[in-house]
Structures are given as structure tokens and as C-alpha cells.
Design a protein around this ligand. Structure first.
Ligand code: PHE
Length: 340
């Protein structure tokens, strides 16, 4: 019996030391100590041992069991440590490796221009007013001194939604809302989408404008020119000047087209300015008295100027974009290049 136990013990220890992995170790435990295990079989056979020998044999069995158990525990600990080490090894990170690159987002060029314009005009004391995209014929035309039969209506190809409602063709409609809601002094800019049935490399059926309106005592064309000079230097750079050319808008009198000196060639003439040294950037003028009076503003006391900037035009000039469509196609290869 003693030899048998000795054999079980030796075999068991050899198997335990050989077993790689927790699963195998468990199998070994079952074959020795499990219900049908070798050592369990010896215990079951105890009844065949002579009663006087039982305490001794019982003691041997217990010793064998304890020895096997302690080997099992030691092996288990070893295997667990090895598994942990392997895990550490596999999760090891090399902190000197270059980091993964993150895609950096970019604001849309029109949003960038809009933010820049709001910053510039905000620093000059302008407040922001946001108009609507659907307007009535009255606000978009009639109140801006453009009644039904006025030839200036042909200047803009309008999308009518009904005889009364239309898609706003100019942010100038916001001027009327502001003057109806507020008494002078008024100093606002109004960014917004505008819509015209027009479509080529430099025109899109939807584009973005920023309107400006100042109404106060003693406002003249000189104030407009002075403010525009500051504005163009801030947006296009130092040394840029403006030139006013006579133009026509029903809601301003006099009306002007504003050119900036070409920031590419400095005025000597290049492709960008088509050899003229000047680039047209916006329309403006002194607010027509009929518009002010229509909004209940006393023209004996107050006068004003207004301007309308095409934001796509500013973005195209500033970032060298030659086709307006590039700004609406959402091609990330294009958009990612456009930022200051
Ligand atoms: N609303 C005009 C346009 O869209 C621009 C403009 C605004 C002109 C304000 C004068 C004053 O063409």
C-alpha cells in the first residue's frame, strides 16, 4: 500500500510539473483527486484494509494528498504568474513610437469669412441681426424702393414661392426689419443666405451676403468710405485702399460699387484684377431717403449708409478659389486647404 501511494504521489508530481496551462493542471487534479481519481479510489478501498492498519494507511493517504495539493497550488501560482507576465509583455507599449495622427477638422471657408467679418465689424461697434431666408415681396423689394413695375427688379432673377412670398434675393431685406424694430442710432451687420436664378463659374443659385447698415445723425458717404478702408485692410492686409465707382441700387442714393486695390499685384495689373489694378468687392451707398421715410425715420435729422458684401466673392479672392462651385461640393481635399 505504501508503495502504491508513493507511486501515485510521484506520478502526480511529475504530471503537475509537466502541465502547461491552467486547463491541463485542472485535468491532472481531476484524474488524481476527483470523484473517480486515483487517490479517491484508494480512499474508497479503505474498507478492505484491516481495521488495525486503517489509522496508519489513513495517515499515508492524507500525507500523499497534502503533498499533491501543495504541488498543485505551487504550480498554479507559477502558471498564473507566467500568464500575467505574458499579458504584460503583450500589452507593452513603446512610448517612443510616433503617435497616431488625428484628422483635424476645418471650418467651411464661408463660415471662416463670416466669422472674420463679424469680428471686424464687431470691433467697430456693429451688432449682428439675422434675417430669414423666406421673405415677402414687400421687404425684399417694395420697401427697398423697388415697387412692382420698377425696372431694377430685373437686376435679380427671383425665385417666387407665391405672388407674395419669395426666397430672399438680398440681405438688404433685413435693413427694413431692423429699421422697423429699432430707432436710430442703428449700426448692424446681417449675414444670410440669398437666392437668385443664376448659375456659372462665379455665380451660384444660393450664395451668402453680409449686409451692413448705419443710421445716425450726420452720416455721409465719407463715413462709408472711411469705414470700408479700415475693413479692407483688416480682411485683405495693410496697404489696401478702396475706390468708389458710381452705380445704381434703388435703395441707395448715391450708389457706389466698391473696388479694392489688387492685393496680388499691388495695382500694377495682373490676371486676378484683369490688368486693371482694382477688384470689385461690394455694392454700397447712402440710404435713399424714401427707404428711411418708409420706416418712419425723420430724414431731416437722420441719414445712413448701407453696404452688401458677397461672402463667396471675398472667400474666392482671399483664398484663390477660381470656381464658386468648389465651395458647395464639400470635397475635403479642397476644404482642408482653405484656412488662414
Ligand atoms: N443688395 C445689393 C445687392 O445684392 C447690395 C447692396 C447692399 C447695395 C446695400 C447697396 C447697399 O446687389
Amino acid at each position: 500500500m505504501r508503495e502504491k501511494l508513493q507511486k501515485i504521489r510521484e506520478n502526480a508530481i511529475a504530471e503537475i510539473e509537466k502541465s502547461e496551462g491552467l486547463e491541463r493542471l485542472n485535468e491532472v487534479r481531476q484524474t488524481i483527486l476527483g470523484k473517480k481519481g486515483e487517490l479517491t479510489a484508494v480512499l474508497k478501498a479503505m474498507k478492505e484494509v484491516a481495521p488495525q492498519d486503517r489509522p496508519k494507511v489513513g495517515q499515508w493517504v492524507n500525507e500523499t494528498r497534502e503533498a499533491i495539493e501543495s504541488h498543485l497550488t505551487a504550480r498554479l501560482k507559477k502558471l498564473e504568474e507566467a500568464a500575467l507576465l505574458a499579458r504584460y509583455e503583450s500589452e507593452k507599449i513603446d512610448i517612443t513610437m510616433p503617435a497616431e495622427k488625428h484628422q483635424k477638422g476645418n471650418l467651411h471657408p464661408i463660415t471662416q469669412i463670416r466669422n472674420q467679418l463679424i469680428d471686424i465689424f464687431g470691433s467697430m461697434g456693429f451688432e449682428v441681426y439675422e434675417g430669414t431666408e423666406i421673405e415677402t415681396d414687400y421687404y425684399n423689394f417694395t420697401a427697398l424702393n423697388t415697387p412692382d413695375d420698377h425696372p431694377a427688379r430685373d437686376m435679380q432673377d427671383t425665385f417666387y414661392l407665391s405672388p407674395e412670398y419669395l426666397l430672399c434675393t438680398q440681405t438688404s431685406a433685413g435693413q427694413i426689419h431692423v429699421m422697423e424694430e429699432k430707432k436710430p442710432p442703428i449700426k448692424i451687420v446681417s449675414p444670410g443666405k440669398v437666392f437668385r436664378s443664376d448659375d456659372d463659374a462665379t455665380h451660384s443659385p444660393m450664395f451668402t451676403q453680409m449686409e451692413g447698415l448705419v443710421v445716425d445723425k450726420g452720416i455721409t458717404l465719407c463715413d462709408l468710405k472711411g469705414m470700408l478702408d479700415v475693413f479692407v485692410r483688416k480682411i485683405f492686409g495693410d496697404g489696401i485702399t478702396t475706390r468708389l465707382r458710381p452705380s445704381y441700387f434703388p435703395f441707395t442714393e448715391p450708389s457706389v460699387e466698391v473696388d479694392v486695390s489688387c492685393f496680388q499685384c499691388g495695382g500694377s495689373g495682373c490676371r486676378l484684377c484683369k490688368g486693371t489694378g482694382w477688384i470689385e468687392v461690394l455694392g454700397a451707398g447712402v440710404v435713399n431717403n424714401r427707404v428711411l421715410e418708409g420706416c418712419g425715420i425723420d430724414t431731416e435729422i437722420y441719414s445712413g449708409f448701407a453696404f452688401g458684401i458677397g461672402m463667396e466673392r471675398i472667400a474666392m479672392l482671399k483664398y484663390g478659389i477660381n470656381n464658386i462651385k468648389l465651395m458647395f461640393e464639400s470635397d475635403l481635399r479642397v476644404l482642408n486647404q482653405i484656412s488662414d
